[in-house]
Design a protein around this ligand. Structure first.
Ligand code: LLP
Length: 434
């Protein structure tokens, strides 16, 4: 394993492994997503090993980072995949992912998506309603198959995260209540096109404590025991994703902490355990490099650092008010270990309070607000950290801005996972006729 993997300052310059951010920006331009394959691998191995003793299967959550190069690497390392659309399944298969290690979730799978999943032989479809169960049964019988399914349980537990990313409370659209799951299991037993083999739960994301998982697993375990007593063969429990990362640099629970808290319950269950991490693997493994275009000071002294990347490239600050560390790629003293939203200065660094914004025509287009940053001018290179998960995958062409490239550094090898879009790419699907 490459212990130099990841992002750090060497001689006052930001590096990804041993390649400088300057070199990347020069070669590929900005804005640009930059990922460390070594760090991704370290994180993959760490979470896999934490759950290994329960025959754990890591199903990487493709929605967090989905370029083919990354999926290919994960597939080579043995990872499975969590997909929520036909498009994600297509990506996994194109990347050489193993369908028998792929699980398919989502409240709104279309008939075409269900048939596609059944034809390719995905391991499991996570069912989220009675109507969906009957649709899967009908479509599977039509194909002369039996679909392996898990019930996605909504345990009504608050994971204490952002309301937009909370999924396991009863008012959320996801999953079925415990009572509803019992009914669904009984119905599944009467259908010849489906085989119920597991339970699935995903509480939300990110979750900063193992507690909600423990509560959810207590409920799931009781249900599992009940269903087994009723004659159902329960082979798998999928405890979802949501494992946190530290956006501030402060200490947060790691995979071993979640695993330790769940140990007793998982041991009793005697099932294969599936976990679906996305953010934990991809988040810290990637950052967004942007170039400062202008430093703009208003009459009342407010400073805007205007960059060439914007909310169309990284939506999380605008959409969730999410905090990402932002720091210049040239910094003689490196960067502060911890940066928090409420900080007004960092000891040992000369800073000024600024808004780091993009060129998009909305006031919601920002990466950071009232943030201490060393004074920078037009031309400076900035890194927006922990942007590997839900960064590129949530990017758009808003304001007709071509999306940025995705560059991967693997040891000292640099390769382009996705090229920068061109103006012509913007119009490709609109060109009609020959
Ligand atoms: N499994 C299921 C069924 C999910 O819905 C999700 C995420 C995951 C696993 C992976 O969660 P993770 O380990 O990455 O936390 N766009 C938001 C996050 C939305 C998460 C949606 N579901 C963000 O940028 O924070």
């Amino acid at each position: 394993m490459n212990s130099d993997a990841g992002f750090r300052y060497i001689g006052g310059r930001l590096h990804c492994n041993d390649v400088s951010a300057d070199e990347i920006a020069e070669r590929f331009g900005t804005p640009c997503y930059l990922y460390s394959a070594g760090l991704l691998r370290e994180r993959y191995c760490r979470i896999r090993d934490a759950f290994a003793r329960w025959d754990g299967l890591v199903c990487f959550s493709v929605k967090s980072l989905s370029n083919l190069a990354t999926l290919r690497l994960l597939a080579q390392w043995g990872s499975g995949f969590d997909v929520v659309s036909g498009g994600e399944l297509y990506r996994v298969l194109e990347a050489g992912g193993d369908p028998s290690k792929t699980v398919f979730a989502g409240v709104g799978k279309t008939a075409a998506e269900i048939e596609y999943a059944l034809r390719t032989g995905v391991r499991m479809l996570n069912v989220e309603s009675g109507e969906e169960l009957r649709a899967i049964d009908r479509l599977a019988r039509g194909l002369g198959r039996r679909a392996t399914v898990a019930i996605r349980v909504n345990p009504d537990i608050d994971p204490e995260t952002h309301e937009k990313t909370t999924t396991g409370k009863k008012e959320n659209k996801f999953g079925v209540s415990i009572a509803g799951s019992r009914r669904l299991a009984a119905e599944a037993a009467s259908l010849s096109g489906v085989e119920l083999r597991g339970l699935h739960v995903h509480l939300g994301s990110p979750i900063y404590s193992p507690e909600p998982y423990v509560h959810a697993l207590e409920k799931i375990s009781r249900l599992c025991t009940e269903l087994r007593a009723g004659g159902c063969r329960m082979e798998t429990v999928n405890i979802g994703g949501g494992y946190c990362i530290s956006y501030t640099g402060e200490d947060v629970p790691g995979p071993e902490d979640y695993a330790a808290s769940l140990q007793v319950l998982l041991e009793k269950l005697d099932c294969q355990v599936i976990i679906e991490p996305g953010r934990y693997l991809a988040g810290p493994s990637g950052l967004l490099l942007v170039r400062v275009l202008y430093r703009k000071e208003s009459e009342d002294g407010k400073i805007f650092v205007v960059c060439d990347g914007g909310m169309n490239d990284l939506l999380r600050p605008s959409l969730y008010g999410a905090f990402h560390r932002v720091w210049p790629a040239h910094s003689p003293g490196g960067m502060p270990r911890v940066m928090r939203a409420e900080d007004r200065h960092y000891s040992g660094f000369r800073t000024e309070l600024v808004d780091v914004v993009g060129p998009v025509c909305e006031s919601g287009d920002f990466f950071a607000k009232d943030r201490p940053l060393p004074p920078v001018k037009g031309g400076a290179l900035l890194a927006i950290f922990d942007a590997g998960a839900y960064g590129f995958t949530m990017s758009s062409n808003y304001n007709s801005r071509p999306r940025p490239p995705e560059v991967v550094v693997d040891s000292s090898e640099v390769f382009l996972a996705r090229r920068r879009e061109t103006y012509e790419d913007l119009l490709r699907a609109e060109r009609q006729g020959p």
